[in-house]
Every structure is written in C-alpha cells, then in structure tokens.
Design a protein around this ligand. Structure first.
Ligand SMILES: [Zn+2]
Length: 478
C-alpha cells in the first residue's frame, strides 16, 4: 500500500499520486510577520518540514514554497504602535521567523516568496478575474464576485445561506454580496501602497497566496498545507480565485493542521495565551520541542501543559543514550568476533524488521508521527534489553539497530548527533557511574572482590574503563 493523505477537500484518506512522477509540489501558508511565532504556529511549520523530509526519504523530488505575508492590517497597526515603518517591522520579524524555525531544525523552503515582491503577478491575476466577470471595481478597490464561482464552498462545505446567516460578515455597502471579498484595497492615508490600474492600493491576503503559489509551482499544485483556521475563508477563497482564473484544479490534496491548545484553550496571540517559540527554545533543546509537537497526529489537537516538555525530555534522553551506546559499540567492537546466532540476536533482528514495517505504515497513513515515534521507542526498549548482555547479540545486528533508529529519528528530526546531545548524555551518565563506583568501593572495603570485579568487567563490556589508584577509582569512556 502506498502513501495515503487525508484530503480536507474530499474528507477522505486518499492514495497519494503526484501530478508528475517522482515529484511533489507543496505550498504551505506561511507567517504574517507582525510578531515572533509562538509554538502553536511552529506546529504547522514543523509538520510541513516532516512531510517534506518523509517525501524526500521516499525518493521524491520535493519543491516546497512557503510565503511570507509582509503587508497586512496587523503589520500596519503594530508598526504604527511601535513607531516604525511596516516594512521595517516585517523585515525584522521575517528574519526572526527564519532564525527561530532554523533553531527548531526546520529546513528552509525552496522558495520563501514575499507578498510585496509579487505585486505585478497579483495585479495580473486580478485583471484576469475582472475580464472573466468574476471581480468588480468600486472606488479604487476590487472585490471578488463569489456568485461567479459555482463551486464556492466546496472545501468548507458551507452553503451560501450558511455563509450569510451565521457568519460575522462585515456590512459593506460597496459589495454586491456580503460574501464578496477584497482582491485589492484602495489606499488609506498613511498606509503603504502600490500603483495599479485601479489606483494606489495594496493586495488582499487571499490573492497573495494564489499568485505566489501559481507563480512558483504552476496552475495545479500537489499539496496545499495550512493551519485549520485557514480552511475558511482563506483557502476557500484561494480556490475560488485560482480555479476561476485558470479553469484548472488549484490544489489536489489539502492538508490542515490542528491547533495547539494551552490548558484546554486555543493557543493564539489574539487570545493572549501563547509561548513564543524562541522562549521555549531558550529553555529546551529543539529535539525536545519537536518531540512534543509531533507526539499527537497533526489532525488531532495537542494540549500544552507545564509537564508536557518534561515527558519529551525523558524520551529524547532515552533515544540519545541508546544511540550513543550503540554507536560506541559499533565503532569499537571487533566485528569478526561475536558472529554467533543466538536466540537473543534473532529476537532483536526480528524487532528491527517489525519496527521498519510499522514505522513506514504509520508515516504512510497520513503522516502519523505519534505512531511512528512509538515504533522507535518500542525498538529502543528491545535494544536496551539486548545491551544488558551485549555478548548475546552480534555486532552486525547492533549496527543495524543503530542505523535504523538513527535514520527514522532523523526523518522526524528528533535526533542530531551534536555536541549538545553528547553533553546531555554525559550529564546523565556521570551520576550513575559515580553511584556504581561508590558501590564498588563499598564492596572493596568489605573485601568482596567478586562484586568489585564484576562491576569493572561489565562496564568494560560497554566500553567504560575503571582505573584504580591510591586516591580511589576513576572511569573513562573507551
Ligand atoms: Zn495562504
């Protein structure tokens, strides 16, 4: 069975077939840069990153485009409040966005188009919509005529009457229909503007994404990703604009990522209920935050509680310790020895194979990262059991375990062999070894040479050497 994605458009799990063999085009709605991102925003960016890594792991050539909305009401309001220009604020916050996401281990997209650098493309798309009678001009502003697109509502499955009745639609006398939305906003005093055939103004938010997605990925893209709050009206409007202009399907698979909650309610800036990603990164390693953010499937809400990151911290320590122990053995052991095929060895090899199958099944079923991580940690339990007596398993099997755990953890980005992790393990190992040395010293004081030698020999098997001197005993990693 191949890779299946839950498509928000059909509301079904669908087999993924790319438009072009071996290639995947992905558009992900990026940040509106009026502030730093919080860890709820980071969930969308991280899931996008993992989807991309998994496609690459499966051998696809991926092109990922993620826009930067750098002109918007919120940017203008915040810049005015801070006494700087909207472009200064947008520039500083987009740099902060790249810094923060990079610290979280998110690889940059292939293209990060900025709205302000695509004004001519937006004007052109609006002109096409006007020519097709799907847009109209009033006092220098241009509106999309929702009635012109018969399939309007197909993504959100909202009927016109639902859209009108319950919706909090702003009363605007200039619109033919309250559902119509801005494509171009006539300039207001003191706001940034660009020249257009309809006078000075700036683009509406929805047209930005349609223009940039089509410019960089073509009229039809494979996968469109965004937070669940963008499904309506943003994505519904993107479909309406793009499909009416081109006559083609805009995005073949729609992926929506659920909110991160904090103590049961939505994490959001408007709710004043959030933690900036940079603050979380100052307190916890990136792998720990990544582990937490993907510990639930992306379509399920995830609740942030004060102890959430402690659980992830222990899990990452377990993973790092296991990989480092395996690495040490693989690097130092003589692989010509210990080739016998014991039951323990066969058992570990079978566990590795089961894990590989289950990891792929989990990721192939709509990128189920929670289940995929579960398979890694089950294998770690098995490996740790084997490491209690490493003479019973072959070096070949241990190396295989190392490679499989490392590769799958790297797809999820929860492991990177860097100095920080080595240091973490070292801090973890140190008190444990001190305790063992204390117990050994007690045994030596009682002339219990058997226990003393057993501790020394068993540590030697896992490449830790004890040296005795007049001043006491010390240990070192071999
Ligand atoms: Zn968008």
């Amino acid at each position: 069975m191949g890779l299946r994605i839950y498509n928000s458009l059909s509301r079904e799990l669908e087999e993924f077939t790319p438009l072009k063999d071996g290639h995947v085009s992905i558009y992900s709605c990026g940040p509106t840069v009026y502030d730093y991102i919080h860890i709820g925003n980071a969930r969308t960016a991280l899931v996008t990153d993992i989807i991309r890594r998994y496609f690459e792991y499966r051998g696809y050539n991926v092109k990922l485009v993620q826009n930067i909305t750098d002109v918007d009401d919120k940017i203008i309001a915040r810049a005015n409040a801070n006494g700087i220009s909207p472009s200064q604020l947008a520039h500083a916050n987009s740099q902060a966005y790249f810094d923060d996401t990079q610290r979280l281990g998110i690889q940059p997209a292939d293209v990060h188009p900025r709205a302000t650098e695509h004004i001519p493309e937006m004007i052109e798309l609006i002109q096409t919509l006007i020519q097709k009678d799907a847009a109209y001009v009033v006092d220098g502003s241009v509106y999309y005529r929702v009635n012109a697109f018969k399939e309007y509502g197909k993504l959100s499955r909202r009927k016109p009457e639902d859209l009108l009745a319950g919706a909090r639609v702003e009363v605007d006398e200039r619109k033919e229909d309250p559902r119509d939305f801005d494509l171009w906003k006539a300039a207001k005093p003191g706001e940034p503007y660009w020249k257009s055939p309809w006078g000075n103004g700036r683009p509406g938010w929805h047209i930005e994404c349609s223009s940039m997605a089509m410019k960089h990925l073509g009229e039809t893209i494979d996968i469109h990703i965004g937070g669940e709050d963008l499904l309506f009206p943003h994505h519904e409007n993107e479909i309406a604009q793009s499909e009416l202009a081109t006559g083609c399907t805009f995005a073949r698979y729609w992926v929506h990522i659920a909110f991160l909650k904090i103590d049961g309610s939505r994490m959001g800036k408007s709710e004043k209920n959030f933690i900036f990603l940079r603050d979380a990164l100052d307190k916890h390693p990136a792998e720990v935050i990544r582990h937490f953010l993907i510990s639930a499937h992306y379509r399920h809400p995830l609740d942030y509680a004060s102890d959430s990151l402690h659980t992830s911290e222990s899990a990452i320590k377990r993973l790092t310790n296991c990989l480092q122990a395996l690495k040490k053995i693989a690097e130092t052991a003589d692989s010509t020895q210990n080739q016998k095929s014991s039951d323990e060895d066969k058992c570990l090899m079978a566990a590795i194979q089961t894990m590989q199958t289950r990891f792929a099944e989990a990721m192939d079923t709509d990128f189920n990262t929670a289940q995929a991580m579960g398979t890694i940690f089950s294998l770690i339990t098995q490996v740790n059991k084997s490491l209690m007596d490493p003479t019973e398993v072959s070096i070949k099997t241990l190396k295989k375990a190392y490679n499989v755990i490392r590769e799958t953890s790297q797809i999820l980005g929860i492991y990177s062999m860097d100095e920080k992790n080595v240091e973490d393990t070292f801090t973890y190992l140190k008190p444990l070894l001190e305790l063992l040395l204390e117990i050994r010293q007690d045994a030596r004081n009682k002339k219990d040479w058997d226990t003393s030698d057993r501790i020394r020999d068993r540590l030697k098997q896992i490449n830790i050497e004890i040296q005795d001197s007049h001043d006491g005993s010390t240990w070192k990693l071999l």
